[in-house]
Design a protein around this ligand. Structure first.
Ligand code: AR6
Length: 186
């Protein structure tokens, strides 16, 4: 089942599933500052995409020494059906007084900027920070949708815009939250 709304020139959709199987131009990874892989969606992307992705991450580390929270880098998608992986680093939830909300917004904004610069028409996001990093799921969904909607609304009329942004929910709770939150936007 799909829930979708259109903002400016882009359709926003919620699906339940494994992001490694989504044939988007860009899939976004919830990475860590080391860029060397980990558990959760990061582990799944590196396992399914093969060593080419880690090699590319190592080259980025050699140049810039990892990726700060809220920023993003882009690599090949290796064996995945996607063309590129954008690796962004979400904040660890620390009670809310550590600018976590702003840092999470930055993840969506910096990922969109890189993806659009690489000509992406379809972009798939996981629910960044809502797993191992323990960000409250409802708040994370509200921030994700608001940050993406604001970004799309600010695009100039003649600037390239993605056709479709897919919020890929792996767990049932996030799926329900995203469907309700997106539904409330329409
Ligand atoms: N496809 C889509 N979403 C997934 C998948 C998948 N295959 N697997 C898990 N999720 P997490 P974080 C969901 O923990 O909280 C790593 O070790 C999951 O249900 O992957 O940002 C990194 O290296 C959850 O909703 O990322 C970092 O150290 C969402 O993805 C740390 O975890 C994010 O959960 C990042 O923690």
């Amino acid at each position: 089942m799909e829930t979708s709304i259109t903002i400016n020139r882009t359709v926003l959709t919620v699906v339940r599933g494994d992001i490694t199987r989504i044939p988007a131009d860009v899939i976004v990874n919830a990475a860590n500052t080391s860029l060397l892989g980990g558990g959760g969606v990061d582990g799944a992307i590196h396992r399914a995409g093969g060593p080419e992705i880690l090699d590319a991450c190592r080259r980025i580390r050699a140049k810039q020494g990892g990726c700060p929270v809220g920023e993003a880098v882009i690599t090949t998608a290796g064996l995945l059906p996607a063309k590129y992986v954008v690796h962004t680093v979400g904040p660890v939830w620390n009670g809310g007084d550590d600018d976590e909300a702003e840092k999470l917004r930055d993840c969506y904004r910096s990922s969109l900027t890189l993806a659009i610069e690489h000509g992406a028409a379809t972009i798939a996001f996981p629910n960044i920070s809502t797993g191992i990093y323990s960000f409250p799921k409802l708040l994370a969904a509200e921030i994700a949708l608001d940050a993406v909607a604001e970004y799309l609304c600010e695009l100039a009329d003649d600037a390239p815009a993605p056709k479709r942004i897919i919020f890929v929910c792996y767990d049932a709770e996030n799926e329900q939250i995203y469907r309700e939150t997106l539904g409330n936007c329409s």
